[in-house]
Design a protein around this ligand. Structure first.
Ligand code: ACO
Length: 426
C-alpha cells in the first residue's frame, strides 16, 4: 500500500489508502472503513467528500481555474464553439475537422421532435414556469425513444446523448413559445446550434428572426460557459438517478429539477431581480448593509468551490458588454448597478474575508435580458447548456467498471426502538 491515512476510533486504528488524482487534493479512500470499524463518515453537503472518480472537468476553486479535459474555460470560450466543447466533453478530445463535421451533422439531424410530442405542451397552463415544462417534457422523451432507454448498449448510450443535446434547444424554445402564446418554430438544418435556437425562440410567422453574429456568438459562449462544472448538485443528481440504471432521459429530467433551485441554476434570475430591486447606484450602500446584517444574500456572489474569481464570470462580463453595446443598451442602469456593486463588494472587508467573488450568474442575467429572454427562461438556457455535461458524466459513470448504485448512509437521531401503541391508548 502507498501513502495511507490512519483513523483511530476507540482502541481500533484503521489504515486507509490515500488516492492521488492528476490534480487537486489527495483523497482518503474510506470505502473499507465501515467493514473495518463499524463507523460511517458524516459529511452532509459533501463539503469534504469526492463522490466519484472523473476525467471530465477539473476546478481549482482557490486559483479560480476551470478545465474541461485539461483545456482552460477561457480558451474554450474565446476560441472554440459549443458543439466542439460538446465533442470534447463526450469523447475526451477536441475533434478533427472530419470528426467535427460528422458530429455537427449528427446533432443537427436529431433536432426535430416527434410530432406527437408537441401535444404535451398544450397540456400546460400558459403561465406555467418554463422550467416546470422542461422537467415534464424532458422526462417524457423516454416515452418516445424506447431504443435509447437500454443503458447497457454503448451505441444506444451515445445515441441518447446525441438526441438530448440536439433536442434540448427545440424543447426549450417550445416552452418559451408556449408561454408567449406564439406558434412553435421548427429547427432548420442549415443553421448553427446557437443560431437555430435563437431563431426557434424569436422568429414569428409575420417576421423571421434576423441573424446577428454578435448575439449568436454570445449565445454560443453562454452555452460553453455552462456546459459542465464537475460534481455540482444537478450533475450529482443525474449520477445518483442514473446509478440505479434509470434511463438517461429520466436522469436528465431529475438534473433539471435540481437545477431549478435558487441556490443553483435559479441564481441568475435572482441576481437580475436583485439588481432591479437596488435600481440605482446610490442605493447600493444601503443594500450592502442589509447583506452584512444577514437580511439577505448578494445573489450572483459566492460559490461552494470558487473562493476566488469564477473564471466564467470574467468571460461573462466581457460578453455582457458586447451584447449590451450591440443592442444599444450600453448605458443600461442595471449594468451600472452591477459594476458598482462588484467594485464595492470586491473592496469590502466583509466579502474579502469570506472570499465572496462574483460568479457566472452575476452578469448572465443582464446579458440574457438584452438578448430578449425573460427571467423565467434563464434557468432553461442553463439546462440546455448543461445537458452535455450531465450526459457526459452519466456515460462516464455507467462505463466505469467500479460503479455501484449510490446509497448514502445516515446519522440517525430519531426515536429509539419502541412498541406500537393502539390508538385508544395514546
Ligand atoms: N452573500 C452574502 N454572504 C454570503 C453569500 C452571498 N451570496 N454567500 C455566502 N455568504 C457568506 C455566508 O453568510 C457565510 O458567512 P458566515 O461564515 O459569516 O456565516 C459564508 O459566506 C459562507 O457561506 P456558506 O453558505 O457556507 O457557503 P456555501 O459554499 O455553502 O454557499 C452558495 C455557496 C450557495 C453559492 C452561496 O454563496 C450563495 O447562496 N450565493 C448566492 C446564490 C448564487 O449566486 N448561487 C449561484 C451559484 S453558481 C451556480 O450555480 C452556477
Amino acid at each position: 500500500m502507498g501513502e495511507t491515512a490512519k483513523v483511530t476510533i476507540g482502541d481500533q486504528t484503521v489504515e486507509l489508502p490515500i488516492l492521488k488524482g492528476t490534480a487537486g487534493p489527495d483523497v482518503v479512500d474510506i470505502r473499507k472503513l465501515y467493514a473495518a470499524s463499524d463507523a460511517f463518515t458524516y459529511d452532509p453537503g459533501f463539503t469534504s467528500t469526492a463522490s466519484c472518480e472523473s476525467k471530465i472537468t477539473f476546478i481549482d476553486g482557490d486559483a479560480g481555474t476551470l478545465l474541461h479535459r485539461g483545456y482552460p474555460i477561457s480558451q474554450l470560450a474565446e476560441q472554440s464553439s459549443f458543439l466542439e466543447v460538446c465533442h470534447l466533453l463526450l469523447h475526451g478530445e477536441l475533434p478533427t475537422a472530419d470528426e467535427f463535421a460528422k458530429f455537427e451533422h449528427t446533432i443537427t439531424y436529431h433536432t426535430m421532435l416527434h410530432e406527437q410530442f408537441d401535444r404535451f405542451f398544450q397540456g400546460f397552463r400558459r403561465d406555467a414556469h418554463p422550467m416546470a415544462i422542461m422537467v415534464g417534457a424532458v422526462g417524457a422523451l423516454s416515452a418516445f425513444y424506447h431504443d435509447s432507454t437500454n443503458v447497457d448498449d454503448p451505441s444506444q448510450r451515445m445515441i441518447s446523448a446525441h438526441r438530448l443535446i440536439a433536442k434540448m434547444p427545440t424543447i426549450a424554445a417550445r416552452a418559451f413559445k408556449y408561454s408567449q402564446g406564439q406558434p412553435f418554430v421548427h429547427p432548420r438544418n442549415d443553421l448553427s446550434y446557437a443560431e437555430n435556437f435563437l431563431r426557434m425562440c424569436f422568429s414569428v410567422p409575420a417576421e423571421d428572426w434576423k441573424p446577428n453574429p454578435v448575439l449568436t456568438r454570445a449565445m454560443d459562449r453562454i452555452f460553453i460557459l455552462h456546459a459542465d462544472h464537475e460534481q455540482n448538485a444537478s450533475t450529482s443528481t443525474v449520477r445518483l438517478a442514473g446509478s440505479s440504471g434509470a434511463n438517461p432521459f429520466a436522469c436528465i429530467a431529475a438534473g433539471i429539477a435540481c437545477l431549478w433551485g435558487p441556490a443553483h441554476g435559479g441564481a441568475n434570475e435572482e441576481a437580475l431581480n436583485m439588481l432591479k430591486e437596488i435600481g440605482s447606484v446610490d442605493r447600493i450602500p444601503e443594500y450592502v448593509q442589509g447583506v452584512k446584517d444577514r437580511r439577505y444574500r448578494l445573489m450572483g456572489f459566492g460559490h461552494r468551490v470558487y473562493k476566488n474569481y469564477d473564471p466564467r464570470a470574467t468571460v461573462m462580463q466581457k460578453t455582457c458588454h458586447e451584447v449590451l453595446d450591440e443592442v444599444g443598451h450600453g448605458d443600461d442602469p442595471l449594468l451600472k448597478v452591477a459594476m458598482e456593486l462588484e467594485r464595492i463588494a470586491l473592496s469590502d472587508e466583509y466579502f474579502i474575508e469570506r472570499k465572496l467573488y462574483p460568479n457566472v450568474d452575476f452578469y448572465s442575467g443582464i446579458t440574457l435580458r438584452a438578448l430578449g429572454f425573460p427571467p423565467e427562461m434563464f434557468t432553461v438556457l442553463f439546462a440546455v447548456a448543461r445537458t452535455v455535461g450531465w450526459i457526459a458524466q452519466w456515460k462516464e459513470m455507467i462505463e466505469d467498471p467500479a460503479y455501484k448504485i449510490g446509497r448514502p448512509r445516515q446519522l440517525y437521531t430519531g426515536a429509539p426502538p419502541r412498541d406500537y401503541v393502539p390508538v385508544e391508548k395514546r
